[in-house]
Each structure stands twice: as C-alpha cells, then as structure tokens.
Design a protein around this ligand. Structure first.
Ligand SMILES: *Cc1c(COP(=O)(O)O)cnc(C)c1O
Length: 395
C-alpha cells in the first residue's frame, strides 16, 4: 500500500536534477551484502535467520518487548484488532489526525472508530477529551505519537485502566523516541511499527507488532501464520501444525528482514543525521517563524523524539498552499499531511466523531506543511531549504 497520499505539488518536475525531494530512503552499508546472503542462503520465506536478527535488534531497542515482524504497520494494526477480539459494535477511540490505517484496521473488524480531537501543541490525541468519548461499547484507545513526539501516555493509561480499555500505540513515527525515559512502542498493551520507505528505518514495505502483554504472544504467532501453530511446529513444540484459529499471512519475506537488519544496525547513524536536519530547521527558522506567526513543533521536556518529520504551522490554508508553491518553484518538495479522518468519506461511513468535534484537527490539517527530512539530505540541502522557506513572505 502507498502510505502517503499524493501530496506533492505537481509543479515540481521530477526531471530537475537540483530538486530536493521530500523523502529519499537511506541505503545502509550492509544492505546489499545481507540481501545477497539471504538470496544465496535460499531461505527467503518468512521467519528465516534475518527475521530473527531484525526482531532481536528491534526488541533491544524497545527495552525487551516482544516484536513480530509484519508486512506493514497496517497489518500490525489489523493483528492488534484481531488480538483484542474486536467485533461489530465495539468502539475504538483514536485521533482524527492520523493515517487511514489507524482507523481501517478496526473498521475491518466491524468496530467503530471514534475520532477525537488533538492537542494544539503536539497535535496528539487530546487526553482531556478521551473520557467524554467513552461509552459502554468502548474497548480500546489508539495513541498515535505524531512526528514521534509521545502522547500524554500516563494520563491516557490511567483513563484506560479506570475504564478497562486496551491502549494500542500506533508507533509508525516513534521508533527511537521516549516518554519519561521509556521507549515509545513499549507503553501500550500492543504497538505497531512501520518500516515503509517513508519511515526512519525502512525496507520498502514492512512493519512489526510489538507485544507488551505476554498473554497475547502465543495467539499473535498463530494469527500471523494463517491461523496455524506453525511457529510452535518450527520450534519443535508440536509434531505437526494445524489450523487452530483465524488469521492471515502477516509475515514478511526474509529478504525484507535482511534489508531491515542492516537498517537497524545503522540506527544510530541514521538518527544522528536526521536529528541534525531537524535541529538545523528548528534553529534556522526560529526567528522567521516567530516574526510571521508560524508555529514550530513543540516537544515537551519529558520526551525525546526521533526526528521523524519536521513541520511548520502556517497562519492559514492560503499561506500553507502559498509556501508549498513557493518552495516548489525553488525545487523543494514540501508536503501537507493527514486529511482529517472524521470528514473523509469512509470516516463518515464507518466512524463517529467524539463529542465536541475536531476543530483543532481541522485547523491544523489546513495549516501544516512538512519539509524534506532524510538522512542523506546534507548540510547544503538543509540550508537551501531554510533559505527557500525564509524567502517566503507570509501574506
Ligand atoms: C506510515 C503510517 C502507517 C502505515 O504504515 P505502513 O507500514 O505503510 O502500513 C500507519 N500509521 C501511521 C501514523 C503512519 O504514519
């Protein structure tokens, strides 16, 4: 699946050599070698040697949670919905300001996404609105750490505990981030990671389901393997494998795991470069933003973000579109982001909007622009982008 809608200004010609793209997937040093090793080794199906290596690296990064590689974050979210046993009529509270998969995974089970508004500072689910959205049918809350800046997890966790709800983290942006010293992805009962080409660590299409509740691990293995106990069979724990539950094929080829292993080994190097870009934007645009009523991202002191994306909030839609066009003319691909799910055709059909609506989301979605951010952007690319932004006159 394409994880991003077509959000680039068509005026940027891809034939121009001097264009700074919005994203360019990083190739880490061991990638080709590992891909060749996987091909020559002959075990290209799922759960081969590289799947084990990538899973261990991911688990270490998540502080010991169990991680199962999947074919996408979308599929990890679908697995979460299956594992929680969600059924028609059940409700799942989530932000409207998120990618479609956050909602789709639950709608596929017949459950109703309940779209709540976001906080104006972090653009994360506003925890102060969650309790009002709860009904007797509510089963879960999905926390999406936008831009890898953690949601108010202690408050959300306390509400979920009081009402007996599961917390699921959509951690597509957050790998490497932390909240009060704890890694993002380790905080919910379940978490979903993405390794799509647009994410910090990528293998084209890929993901992982993170299990922080040991009681869910055995069934998760079954659901991921077409509803069979094949994982136990491969470990010699049963003498044949059978169909024992519902499930699907959620495991990626070991070729993708080989690429992912190399990427995860380069984690620190990738993150260092991405952070350098993020910090340069933040400093280089601070006075321009302040003078033009443009808001920069807000990162509370008790959390660390993994430099997944850099955004600016322009005063209004006209200026946001104006800046994207201005950057396009200067060969810089900038992009807006999520179109609110509560007003999307399928959001209206399958979901419900929480009391009070989502006015903050609607405003932010109109005002937000994301700047190019990738590990190989380089210092001159960064200063070109900063110069191009600064030459825009806010009307
Ligand atoms: C990218 C993304 C997804 C989907 O990831 P895939 O791996 O492409 O399925 C889900 N949620 C959020 C918040 C994302 O940014």
């Amino acid at each position: 699946m394409a994880a991003e809608p077509s959000v680039f200004n068509p005026r940027v010609s891809s034939h121009r050599l001097d264009v700074i793209p919005f994203n360019r997937p990083h190739v880490s040093p061991n990638e080709l070698e590992y891909l060749e090793e996987a091909l020559r080794g002959g075990s290209t199906a799922g759960d081969g040697p590289f799947t084990r290596r990538a899973s261990r690296l991911l688990e270490e990064r998540l502080g010991g949670s169990r991680a199962l590689l999947t074919t996408s974050c979308t599929h990890a979210l679908e697995m979460a919905a299956l594992l929680l046993g969600l059924r028609p009529g059940d409700e799942v509270i989530m932000p409207s300001f998120t990618f479609v998969s956050t909602a789709n995974a639950f709608a596929l089970r017949g459950a109703t996404p309940v779209f709540a508004d976001c906080r104006p500072d972090t653009l994360n689910l506003d925890e102060r609105l969650v309790e009002d959205a709860i009904t007797p049918r509510t089963r879960a809350v999905v926390a999406v750490h936008y831009a890898g800046v953690a949601c108010e997890m202690d408050e959300i966790g306390a509400i979920a505990e009081r009402h007996g709800l599961a917390v699921v983290e959509d951690n597509a942006h957050g790998l490497g981030g932390s909240y009060r010293g704890r890694p993002l992805g380790s905080l919910g009962r379940l978490a979903a990671q993405s390794f799509h080409a647009t994410k910090n660590i990528q293998c084209g299409e890929g993901g992982a389901l993170v299990l922080n509740d040991p009681d869910l691990v055995a069934r998760a293995e079954v659901i991921r393997e077409k509803g069979t106990d094949r994982s136990r069979f491969f470990r010699g724990q049963v003498d044949r494998y059978r169909w024992i539950d519902i499930g699907s094929s959620y495991l990626p080829s070991d070729l993708l795991a080989a690429q992912l292993t190399a990427q995860l080994e380069s984690f620190s190097a990738i993150q260092e470069r991405r952070s350098a870009v993020w910090n340069a934007y933040h400093e280089g645009l601070a006075d321009w933003a302040a003078a033009n009523e443009v808001a920069q991202p807000m990162v509370p002191d008790d959390r660390v973000h993994p430099a997944h994306l850099y955004y600016l909030l322009l005063p209004d839609l006209a200026n946001r579109q104006g800046l994207i066009a201005h950057l396009a003319e200067r060969g810089v691909q900038a992009a807006f982001h999520y179109q609110p799910l509560h007003t999307a055709p399928a959001g209206e059909r399958y979901g419900r909007t929480a009391p009070g609506g989502c006015p903050v989301t609607e405003k932010a979605a109109d005002r937000l622009v994301r700047l190019p951010l990738y590990a190989d952007l380089g210092a001159s690319g960064v200063s070109s982008v900063i110069d191009a932004v600064r030459s825009y006159e806010v009307a």
